[in-house]
Design a protein around this ligand. Structure first.
Ligand SMILES: [Ca+2]
Ligand SMILES: [Ca+2]
Ligand SMILES: [Ca+2]
Length: 139
């Protein structure tokens, strides 16, 4: 894999996560396309277990901030995943979040181990997720 990414496998969900190393302006469509280029999509966190795993992964490689595919662009307050359009389940949000601060926060980042809504277009890293056909494809 290109050095643009660092990656880690989560056997429980049979997914591998790719964290972009460079910080850049985050927008849903172009970043999801970049994820597609490596066979994945912007990360979709479907359980607390998955959230905890990804939090640990990014803690090891970032200052603990990284965008995922969750957003409420279409309908304020209703969070869905960009790629699958499925609802974001009950995850751990940071205290007081999501707050749609200044009425402008429609993208979602990990903020350490909890989630925060943040402006799309903010500069940061982001996470792609790939489903593994076979668990031993990586490592
Ligand atoms: Ca997932
Ligand atoms: Ca919002
Ligand atoms: Ca917020």
């Amino acid at each position: 894999m290109p050095s643009y990414w660092v990656s880690k496998v989560f056997p429980l969900t049979n997914s591998v996560y790719f964290l972009s190393k460079r910080k850049q302006k985050f927008f849903l469509h172009p970043m999801n396309e970049l994820c597609k280029n490596i066979g994945g999509y912007l990360a979709e966190i479907d359980s607390r277990d998955e959230q905890n795993f990804v939090a640990g992964f990014i803690k090891a490689h970032t200052k603990r901030f990284a965008f995922i595919g969750a957003n409420d662009v279409r309908r304020e307050g209703t969070f869905v995943y960009y790629n699958s359009k499925t609802p974001v389940p009950a995850l751990k949000w940071c205290p007081g979040e999501p707050d749609n601060f200044l009425n402008s926060e429609d993208c979602v980042e990990f903020w350490s181990s909890c989630l925060n809504d943040l402006n799309c277009g903010y500069i940061g890293q982001y996470i792609c997720e790939l489903r593994l056909k076979r668990p031993d494809m990586f490592n």
